[in-house]
Design a protein around this ligand. Structure first.
Ligand code: FEO
Length: 399
């Protein structure tokens, strides 16, 4: 494990995970990797900020032993209880039974229910400070970023913010810890948006609350619990998170995401006409085969684009299951404020149109047009498809 200095006495001591196939058991990360960023503060007293996932506990603790006498470790701060950051806690406590576990009030019962620990838990209040000697830990409650117990830890001497899930991202490449290291920073930014859309988007308002709460706090380094540590340009990730979170209450970017499910090619054929219609304008679009693309990769586009085309034939009286699944997730993640059109084929009774109408109601989307047709599309249908695309694009430009 690498240990990267972030300033006098402060080290990144995290883990890059290329073993886990699905983050949270849901989101693919094996190819891209994910980091569990843990930090060591070595002052007169020593403290760890957040831990790593349990399968890495052995190598994590071995590496820590090379850096610090764990029998003298004073504190471990658990900013957030989700097990990607805390499941190595039992291993740590076995190795360092004297360690005090610093958590927010709401996390106290979670430490007990997850790890059966009570006596070593010390609750810290919002705004409370604990001195380590040369460094001070200041705790900032940031509820629901990502769970209700979540807080951040700020070290004023170094102006470093340990922000846990906030400002995090997927993606972990060997040897890359800091934002000035990647040759392709855009890849990390794309992975940060995927992480945001997959994990954080549903708590956008609490993210904005946290950003507002921290306004005026000088931050030289943003040290989240996943993804890059932002030392060269900490404002970049804060601004991006503010922008992305804002899409929960304001129209997003002027682009269109096309969600396509097609059984025998009829709906996919009409989507070509819709694409041509959009392409006749200046609006960019991205089309996904919903049955063959994991939702993890579609959600970032759905989040950042203000326009949506839902294209699905009727399947047993409803939209096809992969499209329904996407719309369910979009609803849970509060992906509101979109302009949408629906199109798709049917054979006899239809039903997908009724289904989309019920989804757009819960999603609070403006369904600008809805058009279904029997069998394969003819020339007249394709003309209508072209018009649907062009008119949605115009709508997106006006929103
Ligand atoms: Fe990275 Fe919500 O845990």
């Amino acid at each position: 494990m690498e240990q990267v200095s972030l300033g006098k006495g402060i080290y990144w001591v995290g883990v890059h995970d290329h073993q886990t196939d699905l983050f949270e058991g849901l989101w693919p990360v094996q190819e891209e990797g994910v980091s569990y960023n843990s930090y060591l503060i070595s002052s007169q007293k020593t403290a760890l900020i957040d831990l790593v996932k349990q399968p890495f506990a052995g190598s994590y603790l071995d590496a820590l032993r090379g850096k610090v006498d764990l029998s003298r470790l004073e504190y471990v701060v658990l900013n957030h209880m989700e097990p990607d950051h805390t499941s190595a806690l039992r291993d740590l406590v076995q190795t360092a039974p004297q360690v005090k576990i610093l958590v927010s009030e709401k996390a106290r019962s979670m430490v007990e229910s997850y790890y059966g620990l009570q006596d070593s838990v010390q609750v810290v209040k919002d705004g409370e400070e604990i001195s380590l000697g040369e460094h001070t830990l200041r705790f900032v409650y940031t509820p629901f970023v990502h769970w209700p117990e979540t807080m951040m830890t700020y070290v004023p001497e170094n102006e470093i913010l340990f922000s846990c899930d906030a400002f995090g991202g997927f993606g972990a490449q060997d040897g890359i810890i800091l934002d000035d290291q990647p040759e392709d920073l855009d890849w990390y930014l794309d992975e940060a948006l995927r992480y945001f859309a997959n994990i954080v988007s549903g708590v956008s308002k609490p993210v904005l609350n946290a950003i507002n709460k921290l306004a005026g706090v000088p931050v030289k380094i943003v040290a989240p619990s996943h993804g890059l540590v932002w030392r060269k340009d900490p404002a970049k990730i804060i601004d991006l998170y503010a922008k992305w979170s804002g899409y929960s209450s304001q129209p997003a970017e002027k682009g269109i995401t096309i969600l396509c499910g097609s059984m025998y090619g009829s709906t996919a054929q009409l989507v070509k006409a819709v694409e041509d219609g959009i392409a006749s304008t200046s609006v960019a679009f991205k089309t996904f085969d919903a049955a063959r693309t994991h939702a993890s990769y579609i959600l970032p586009w759905l989040w950042k684009n203000r326009g949506v085309v839902v294209a699905s034939p009727t399947y047993e009286g409803y939209l096809v299951p992969p499209i329904r699944n996407l719309l369910e997730i979009a609803s849970h993640k509060r992906m509101f404020n979109k302009s949408a059109v629906y199109t798709g084929s049917f054979t006899w009774g239809g039903g997908a149109r009724r289904d989309i109408e019920s989804y757009v109601e819960q999603l609070k989307w403006n369904l600008a047009a809805s058009y279904d047709y029997p069998g394969y599309p003819g020339e007249a249908h394709m003309e209508i498809g072209h018009r649907l695309g062009a008119e949605l694009a115009k709508q997106v430009l006006q929103d």
